[in-house]
Design a protein around this ligand. Structure first.
Ligand SMILES: [Zn+2]
Length: 128
């Protein structure tokens, strides 16, 4: 009835249930991916005993790529957890650098964004 609007409506920061759900889903996804890597690691221990030098090199490339990916997922899971935390504290969607509001459109694309477009660009420039 009348309170449906309140339940689904935006909170003070303008973030709605969709956004919360999207965050939770992405976090779940990242955690699933990480769990898969853990499983793969366990399975890898059973070597078949014969390793060509070429094969080993390929394995190492593969391993390195996996580690990179694993790291990316881990960072993502952490960023998403931080976003959820910020959401519960009411600081979600606020740029950590300038304190300005992060546009909703940006949060839709990157729900774990902690900076507005401008500040993010400055950070990336500083890095490069
Ligand atoms: Zn900013």
């Amino acid at each position: 009835m009348g309170d449906d609007r309140d339940r689904n409506g935006a909170d003070a920061n303008g973030h709605d249930a969709d956004q919360v759900e999207r965050l939770a889903k992405l976090k779940e996804q990242a955690e699933d991916a990480l769990a898969r890597y853990d499983l793969a690691e366990g399975a890898e221990d059973r070597g078949d005993g014969h390793h060509h030098p070429a094969e080993v090199a390929t394995d190492m490339d593969e391993r390195e790529r996996e580690l990179h990916e694993q790291l990316r997922w881990r960072e993502r899971a952490e960023a998403l957890a931080a976003a959820e935390q910020a959401m519960s504290e009411g600081t979600y969607g606020i740029c950590v650098d300038c304190g300005g509001e992060i546009p909703a459109g940006r949060l839709k694309i990157k729900p774990d964004a902690t900076r507005c477009v401008e500040c993010q660009r400055l950070v990336e420039q500083g890095r490069g």
